[in-house]
Design a protein around this ligand. Structure first.
Ligand code: AMP
Length: 643
């Protein structure tokens, strides 16, 4: 099937292998062309300074501004077109901001931040629900050259405190609360406690009162956005031109070990990388609408709710609410209403929708939608097949990380008409010199069935992390190795590559299990188990075993719990699943047990907390659980394994 990808005719004609090769072999030529996709105050003098590896400096000598590229430069051609579309099914609000209105609001926010003393290089921590003021705050920061650090609104005091301490913000922007499934999450007590716990104290806290939760103010520190905004209804705040290498933001990775790492991103490289990705990967055109269902607290929210679509001159939907409220058709209704052309979500969300009435997929007119991109975790084949059949659109799995800021592996539809293969996020994206390396010897693996660590030979392309905030040594020691004189970045993911150059991600290297000397990816086992018709979701972890070193243990959520009437029924289903794994992967991968639970423990971003499950199974301390969504889920497993 061939789909029409408007706007990129010229590049699509190019052979993708050549396109990719050129991005590596003629790095300067390739990226200087991409750099034309954004506005510069003064043009770069050097494309990439890699004289101090593994640190790469992109577009050296150039000055630019992210907010200018996302907002101001569109005023000429599309001031009255939609820029930010806010939809909350929690408060039943819907508001469309044009580029002109967005420009005005961002300047009001920038003026207020300036009044609070924020200057170029200062940090501003943003702890906000999915409301327009969060977007205004991010854009206002980059407008001023201040460095934002968005902390996911679902994090509680401890996690927030460590981020406040590390980023040391002058100002924190927050709100009275967020809403989830109709319930208010009170932010203010969490924030006050976090500030109390942190050794660093902000000078001011700017608060948006949405009147969903009580918000007692701290005299002399807390300021209300509403009245301060009123003072600046007509204030103009020009963009601060910054060096391309000036940090635009830090974003903390969920970090299962040690203190969270502040991934630091630059300005010029990020702007170019996002602009290029909108053209070559996502194929979004000015005047169209992009809908990413993520949250601004995550990297997808930064790159593909805020900056990427806006840089491309697209309208972007900011959605507050659940995917199944008022019903499982809500997202598709927005696609119809706002004529969404590009959509971005996560496999977990699709699995949630998979449990809903499939008729909801055909209820709305989705003719404008060209593709659904999914990322963040492995996309299992049954889920991919289900959504692909239901939508009748290309489903494009793309693989990347907080660290990279944009895809490492994908099908680049703007350049390459190659089809996706189920189970694979595709091929190395231009700019990434991806290598599959043997984890023991560091030697490059040719491909085939051999599993290796997915690595990228330095320099990382524009837009990727510059360093760990205030910790260059940690950046080098965590991510980089020197192999045969070359610097290589590790993604910490296992992968294989097929003969056509498609990669398959097999899970984190740190989640690998070793059963009787056989190394197995938990993902392979999970995929096999989830192909059972009565399995909705499953997590597999490696658990210490005296005889085999480790055994696999599976925890599954069934689709139809009414079949699990008693112990015998559960054992029968367990037996069926084991047979399935035997058949798919061989007895070596068969889990020692398959236990049934009603829900899996997950982070609020939807990642299964395998480490915590593993720790519970091994009667160890579960470590930091601040990102966990529902503690009862882990308790179910604890009860099962101790009961
Ligand atoms: P995060 O930094 O939270 O986005 O997590 C990045 C990690 O998520 C990667 O290192 C992978 O382990 C996983 N991941 C992201 N996208 C994919 C994908 N498309 N397929 C498989 N795993 C993915």
């Amino acid at each position: 099937m061939r789909f029409y990808w408007s706007g990129n005719e010229e590049t699509r004609m190019t052979n993708y292998a050549d396109f990719h090769r050129r991005s590596i072999e003629d790095r300067e030529g390739f990226w200087s062309e991409q750099a034309k996709l954004v506005d510069w105050q003064s043009p770069p003098q050097q494309v990439c300074d890699y004289s101090n590896p593994p640190f790469a400096k992109w577009f050296v000598g150039g000055t630019t501004n992210l907010c200018h590229n996302a907002v101001d430069r569109h005023l000429k051609d599309r001031a009255d077109q939609a820029a930010l579309i806010f939809v909350s099914t929690e408060t039943n609000q819907e508001k469309v901001y044009t580029f002109r209105e967005l420009h005005t609001e961002v300047q009001r926010m920038a003026a207020v931040l300036k009044d609070l003393g924020v200057q170029k290089g200062d940090r501003v921590l943003i702890y906000m629900p999915m409301i327009p003021e969060a977007a205004f705050a991010m854009l206002a920061c980059t407008r001023l050259g201040a460095i934002h650090s968005v902390v996911f609104g679902g994090f509680a005091s401890g996690a927030l405190a460590s981020r406040i301490e590390d980023s040391a913000p002058r100002v924190i922007v927050s709100a009275d609360g967020g809403l989830r499934g109709g319930k208010a999450v009170e932010y203010k007590p969490l924030l006050d406690e976090a500030i109390r716990l942190s050794a660093h104290k902000p000078e001011s806290v700017l608060l948006v009162d949405r009147q969903v939760a009580p918000m007692p103010l701290v005299e002399g520190r807390d300021r209300l956005w509403g009245p301060l905004r009123e003072k600046h209804l007509n204030t103009s705040v020009p963009c601060e031109w910054v060096d391309a290498t000036h940090p635009s933001y830090t974003l903390y990775t969920s970090g299962t070990t040690g203190k969270p790492k502040g991934v630091q991103r630059d300005t010029g490289g990020y702007a170019v990388a996002l602009a290029a990705s909108m053209k070559h990967i996502y194929c979004g055109n000015p005047g169209e609408t992009y809908f990413s269902t993520s949250d601004i607290g995550w990297v997808v929210g930064h790159s593909y709710i805020i900056y990427g679509p806006l840089i491309a001159g697209m309208a972007t939907i900011m959605y507050e609410g659940l995917p199944i409220r008022p019903d499982g058709g809500i997202w598709w209704s927005l696609v119809e209403k706002y004529k969404v052309t590009v959509m971005f979500s996560a496999p977990t969300a699709i699995r949630v929708l998979k449990k809903q009435d499939p008729a909801l997929l055909s209820k709305y007119d989705l003719s404008t939608l060209r593709a659904l991109f999914l990322a963040g975790e492995p996309l299992d084949e049954p889920t991919a097949q289900w959504i692909s059949a239901g939508l009748g659109k290309p489903i494009i799995d793309n693989y990347w990380q907080t660290e990279t800021g944009w895809p490492i592996l994908s099908i680049c539809k703007g350049v390459d008409d190659a089809a996706s293969k189920f189970g694979s996020p595709g091929k190395p994206v231009y700019g990434y010199d991806v290598k599959l390396l043997d984890d023991q010897t560091g030697e490059e693996l040719a491909g085939g069935d051999v599993k290796g660590v997915v690595c990228v030979e330095g320099p990382l392309p524009p837009g990727c992390m510059q360093t760990v905030w205030r910790d260059d040594a940690r950046f080098v020691s965590t991510y980089w190795k020197q192999l045969s004189g070359k610097w290589v970045y590790s993604t910490f993911d296992w992968g294989v590559k097929d003969k056509d150059g498609y990669f398959y991600i097999l899970g984190r290297t740190d989640d690998v299990i070793n059963v009787a000397g056989h190394r197995l990816g938990t993902r392979e086992i999970e995929e096999s188990i989830s192909s059972h018709p009565n399995v909705a979701e499953v997590a597999v972890v490696g658990v210490a075993d005296q005889l085999k070193g480790q055994v696999a243990m599976a925890f599954a959520v069934v689709k139809d719990a009414s079949q699990l009437t008693d112990e015998a029924a559960a054992l029968k289903l367990e037996g069926e699943i084991m047979k399935l794994v035997d058949r798919d992967l061989g007895a070596v991968a068969r889990p020692a047990r398959v236990r049934f639970v009603t829900v899996l423990p997950k982070t609020r971003s939807g990642k299964v907390l395998r480490r915590a499950i593993q720790a519970v199974c091994e009667s160890r301390d579960t470590g930091d659980l601040t990102t966990m969504d529902d503690p009862a889920a882990l308790q179910q497993i604890r009860d099962l394994v101790t009961g």
